[in-house]
Structures are given as C-alpha cells and as structure tokens.
Design a protein around this ligand. Structure first.
Ligand code: PMP
Length: 419
C-alpha cells in the first residue's frame, strides 16, 4: 500500500495510523498511488452516491469550467444556481420553496439555525432555545457542535453556544422521546433539529418513522419550528429521496449537502417554507437574513448538482437503491451471524452491527484495528467505536460488497484471535 509520511501534526482524524495516498476514484473504488484498489464501503464519509468520478457528473463539471469558475453570490446569480434551485423545488415536497445556498453540511445547518432564530427575532417574540436529540451530530463548526450531543467531538469546547435542550433518543415505541418533547415544547423553544430516522456519527442509531412523525406533530401543535438535517440521509440513503418522506413529514427547514452533487463537489442548501422566508424578506435591513461566504453556490459545484438532479429524473436511481438494499440485507444477515454481533439493523442502503468488545463505546479499540485491517486488505471502513457499518455508493457490485463482508469477517477474527 502506498503511504504518505505524516507531515502535519494535526493530520485529520488519522487515529494515529499510516495515511494511504489516493490517486484516483473509479465507481465504488479508490485507486491508490501504487495502483492498488480499495473498495469504498462508506462512500467517503457518506458523500458519494453515484460512485467516484461518475462520467455524467464529471462531464458537467468539465463543461462548466469552460464558462465560469467562481462568482460572488451576494446579490448576483448564475444559471447553474437557478437550475439547482428550480430542480430541487420540483423534487421536494410542495411547501419547501425557498432555497439558500452554502458549501458544506455544517454550514447549511448553521444557516438553518440562524433562520430559525431570525424567524423568532423578527416576530418580535424572540425565542432562543434549540431542542436536540441525544446522540445527534450536525457538524463540526462551533454552532453545529453546540447542537450535537456527542461528548468526544465537542467536550473540549464547552460551554459552546445556544440555550440547548436535549430530548432522549427513542426507546421502543418512542414514548420517552415524545413525552420529553411535549414538556420541552411548553417552554417555547425556537426549534427542534433532528437527523431523521438515522443518527449517523452518533453510532448509526435508527428509530422508526412513526416516532419522527410524532415528533413533527408535537412541534407543529406547539408552533416550534422543525428542522430536518438530511445531510446524510438525503438523496436516497434510507430508501426514499428524503428520510422524512417515510414519516409523511414536511419540515419547516430542510438541510441537504453530501449527495446533492452526487458527492462530487462541496455544495449545500437549506430549504425553507414560505413563512421562514417571509419573516426575513423586508425593506428593513435589520430583518434581512445575513449569511454569505466566498464559495456559496460555486458555479462548478452547482453544475455538478444540476447533473445529479437530472440523473435522479432520468435514470432508475431508486431501482438501484432498492437492489443495493437487498444486497445489503444479505451482507447484514452474514455479519449478524458473526461472534459478538449485536443489534443488526438496516435502513434502506445503510447497515450497522455493534460488536461486543471489552471496551465498548466510541473510543473502542475495534475502530482503529478494523480500519487498519480493512485498509491493508483493500477496503475503506470507518467503524464508529464498536459499531461497524457499511454505507457504499449505489453502484457497488455484488462481488465488491461480498468482499467487504469477507474483510470485516477476517478483521474481526484477527482481533478476537489476538485478544
Ligand atoms: N449533519 C449530518 C447529519 C452529518 O452527518 C454531517 C457530516 N457527517 C454534517 C451535518 C456535516 O457535514 P459536513 O461534514 O459537510 O460539514
């Protein structure tokens, strides 16, 4: 395996392991500098939907580079951005009409939080509290860490921001969550932010659509804004375009990133219902919504998103997702039979299994062990503590997925053998 020297003391999230150097992407695989092939079993952190270097998306990017690379988006516009906005509004539930651009999952969540707080400030009855679900993750900026509930990511930066209220993760029928949410809503919070159906970085924890629907209903009854962070779950991951669809929920504010460009370029959107927009649309400059950064709605990233939306319209993407779901179920059944397997679960194209280890939790030694073993055997895996999950690009072949299973099995056996 080709490796880069560790030349930077803050090399990102390397877990102290040697760092592979990637030269190219090819569908569900990465090709390293030495020519070896690595199956990307986690879609490079849940980003790549149609596979690396998808020919349609790459062609759209190349075509856009001939026209316009980058332009200010504050008070200016361009065709690719308008096409993204129009294409999205046509695909999303009818009430989601106002598209605000940014450039990463974290920034689109920041935007959503600012929109929610700005909405209440502009009503003349400011509300400050943001409700969050236990074990949630919404990004790594200070604002998004503040509404995240994962000590290992954010504990060092306490006290962080906002007046935050935490509701518990649903057990069984979710009545614990709903009762806590009812009580919390009586204190007039500004908004609830949730990852619909799947809490990703918190450990691939799943909860049923009925609980999501019940949470949205409580928020609606109390007039609390409902923010859906579909940065990971959006664009088919859970088996539907949006996870919210499975619960019949239309959020007041929706966050999308990752799969928006098929995972090829950094772009994100926050899509709001009309009242959120109306609260900010004014000749009074103090009421306006201020959020802009240099690369907001970058035209090349927008061109990639336009092509992704066209693929969703023109290709049998949903059939691919359903086929992958079936293959993932077969892999899950196999992993569930391994020694120490607990809580095997699948939501659409995502599978996860916890493995009993002496040191459970996020800092379990299983994660660096399996990550290194898999890398040395041609698979990119990224366990969350003792939770092993597989979340591949939709184009992964049955053979590659079976190979992922072989490597997980051998990696766990090697660890158990060494213990
Ligand atoms: N929200 C969720 C649910 C996520 O999973 C992530 C990233 N894993 C983010 C927000 C942040 O996205 P980004 O890494 O693009 O900032």
């Amino acid at each position: 395996m080709s490796q880069s020297p560790v030349w930077h003391p803050f090399w990102q999230h390397g877990m102290g392991l040697p760092i592979p150097k990637v030269a190219r992407g090819e569908g569900a695989a990465l090709i390293l500098e030495d020519g070896s092939r690595v199956i990307d079993a986690i879609s490079s952190w849940w980003v790549t939907t149609h596979g690396h270097n998808n020919p349609r998306i790459m062609a759209a990017i190349r075509a856009q580079t001939e026209k316009l690379d980058q332009v200010i988006f504050a008070g200016w516009t361009h065709q690719p951005a308008e096409d993204v906005a129009r294409g999205l509004v046509a695909m999303l539930p009818e009430a989601l009409t106002r598209v605000f651009f940014s450039d990463s999952g974290s920034t689109c969540v920041e935007v959503a939080l600012k929109m929610a707080l700005g909405f209440w400030a502009n009503t003349g009855e400011p509300r400050h509290r943001i409700l969050v679900m236990e074990h949630s993750y919404h990004g790594d900026t200070i604002g998004t860490m503040s509404v995240g509930e994962r000590g290992v990511y954010n504990a060092a930066y306490a006290p962080l921001l906002f007046d935050v209220g935490t509701i518990p993760f649903p057990h069984a029928d979710g009545s614990n969550t709903i009762a806590a949410l009812e009580a919390a809503c009586r204190e007039k919070p500004a908004a609830l932010i949730v990852e619909p159906l799947v809490l990703g970085a918190g450990g691939m924890l799943f909860y049923p659509p009925a609980v999501l629907a019940a949470m949205a209903e409580v928020c609606r009854r109390h007039g609390v804004l409902f923010i859906a962070d579909e940065v990971m779950t959006g664009f088919g991951r859970t088996g539907t375009l949006l996870a919210c669809e499975q619960a019949g929920v239309v959020p007041d504010i929706l966050c999308l990133a990752k799969g928006l460009t098929g995972g090829s370029m950094p772009l994100a959107v926050t899509v709001a219902q009309e009242p959120i927009f109306a609260a900010h649309w004014s000749t009074d400059r103090a009421r306006l919504f201020y959020h802009s950064s240099s690369y907001t709605a970058n035209p090349i990233a927008c061109a990639a998103a336009v092509e992704n939306l066209a693929m969703w319209r023109e290709e049998p993407v949903m059939a691919r997702i359903e086929a992958l779901g079936r293959n993932q179920q077969a892999l899950l059944d196999r992993l569930a039979a391994l020694p120490g397997a607990q809580n095997p679960r699948r939501c659409g194209t995502i599978i996860a299994v916890d493995f009993a280890t002496p040191d459970g939790g996020y800092l379990s030694a299983l994660a660096p062990h399996l990550m290194a073993f898999a890398r040395d055997n041609g698979v990119l895996l990224r366990p969350l503590g003792n939770t092993v999950y597989v979340l591949p690009p939709y184009c992964i072949t049955t053979e590659d997925l079976a190979r992922v299973g072989d490597v997980v099995e051998a990696g766990l056996a090697a660890m158990q053998g060494a213990a």
